[in-house]
Design a protein around this ligand. Structure first.
Ligand code: IFM
Length: 407
């Protein structure tokens, strides 16, 4: 394994709706029964109650960072009504992490909003920014000791999800649900690009939240962008530039004054003269039908650094949907090698956070397993896979090398 800086973050991630269970006041919970052919989140992994076990898994493995989210739908179950009990819940989560020697990396919005917010018009509503601002103001009261805050996870994917939700909730639509994070079987229609109108609204929300977090906490604040790791066929440079703008650069450029930029990369995507090329079925494809491309992480951080040369990068998500844990280790090892090469070439990367800690709910589907830990969905027993110990050992080794000792 290549070496990484001494204070490099080594972590794993989750998101509230994907692990907590019974997120009944959220827009996604409301939408689930309308998503044709989709699985329900239900009890999920009961991390709402079992978060101490999740944090202990991180601490025991040798990782030092847990990226998790605070659920707006729980904090503000009705407009302007904030729950002290739920604020205390997430404060306990932060304290549990700190007590275990695990750094909490807190996401304020990871795809889900309160259902009342969606009913009011969601991100399209003229009140959206004020609503988000009010939630963030209240939430900053529990962030003492948190060093890293992500305002909004993958705004570019969220901009797609907002429109997909509208389709799912349309009684005249008979479209089968497909998570935006899954590719369809080929020949697939290329997914529509994120809506720029919603994207600009999310940028406004991010800037508002960033100002509040800066004013009221000592945390470094940024957001995380889903990278497509575009590669260009000869002559398609201009097509790529246009696509890259609506898919990615709009959101990266909005982070020019942030404290860091979160990069989330899983696979790469070819762009030809006709646009994004449909991705072919292949035996090596992952369980979300993307190409097996661990090198995508290197492409993603290099592109991000080209757009934002002065903003440090944190890899806030990277991983693979596979039922074969040996493949997960091989993928992650190659991804870390590509990351180290980019760092050797001058990209300023401050940490690597694996997606995900647990085999969780993939936005309508339980079958794509991304976790370092499997979970029995009847007993909720956590069963760590070899990849957790492997990644933890990489982290330990890296810290020991820097300290001049052995693991
Ligand atoms: O599960 C998602 C996560 O919520 C956002 N980034 C991509 C992951 C894997 O598809």
């Amino acid at each position: 394994m290549p070496s990484f800086p001494a204070d490099f973050l080594w972590g794993a991630a989750s998101a509230p709706h994907q692990v907590e269970g019974n997120n009944v006041n959220s827009d996604f919970w409301m939408q689930e029964p309308h998503m044709i052919g989709a699985d329900r989140s239900g009890d999920a992994l009961d991390s709402y109650n079992r978060y101490p076990e999740d944090i202990a898994l991180i601490a025991d493995s040798g990782l030092d960072t847990y990226r998790f989210g605070i659920e707006w739908a729980r904090i503000e179950p009705a407009p302007g009504q904030f729950s002290r009990v739920q604020l205390a819940h997430y404060r306990r989560m932060i304290d549990t992490a700190l007590d275990a020697g695990v750094r909490p990396f807190v996401t304020l919005h990871h795809f889900t909003s309160p259902r009342w917010f969606a009913e009011e018009g969601g991100w399209r509503s003229p009140q959206a920014i004020d609503r988000f601002r009010a939630y963030v103001e209240v939430t900053t009261t529990i962030l003492d000791g948190v060093e890293w805050v992500c305002t909004i996870n993958e705004p570019n994917m969220l901009a797609i999800m907002v429109e997909e939700a509208e389709t799912a909730l349309d009684p005249n639509s008979a479209t089968e649900w497909l998570s935006p994070t899954l590719e369809a079987d080929t020949p697939r229609p290329v997914k529509p690009a994120p809506s720029e109108e919603i994207g600009r609204r999310l940028i406004e929300a991010h800037h508002a939240a960033r100002d509040i977090v800066r004013e009221r906490t000592g945390a470094r604040v940024g957001w995380s962008v889903a990278s497509r790791a575009f590669e260009t066929r000869p002559g398609a440079e201009e097509v790529r530039r246009r696509l890259e703008y609506v898919w990615e650069d709009l959101y990266l450029e909005a982070a020019a004054d942030d404290d860091y930029i979160g990069v989330q990369a899983y696979s790469a995507q070819w762009v030809g003269l006709d646009g994004i090329e449909p991705h072919p079925v292949h035996p090596d494809n992952t369980l979300v039908r993307t190409a097996y491309r661990p090198d995508a992480l290197g492409i993603a951080v290099r592109h991000t650094a080209d757009v934002l040369p002065h903003v440090p990068v944190v890899v806030t998500e990277n991983g693979i949907a596979t039922g074969d844990d040996t493949r997960r280790i091989a993928y992650t090892e190659s991804a870390l090698t590509a990351l180290a090469e980019a760092m050797a070439d001058g990209v300023d990367v401050r940490g690597y956070i694996h997606w995900s800690l647990l085999d969780n709910y993939e936005w309508g589907h339980w079958s794509p397993t991304f976790g370092l830990v499997a979970v029995d969905r009847e007993t909720f027993e956590r069963r760590p896979k070899p990849s957790l110990a492997w990644l933890g050992a990489v982290a330990r080794q890296s810290r020991a090398e820097r300290a001049g000792g052995t693991v």
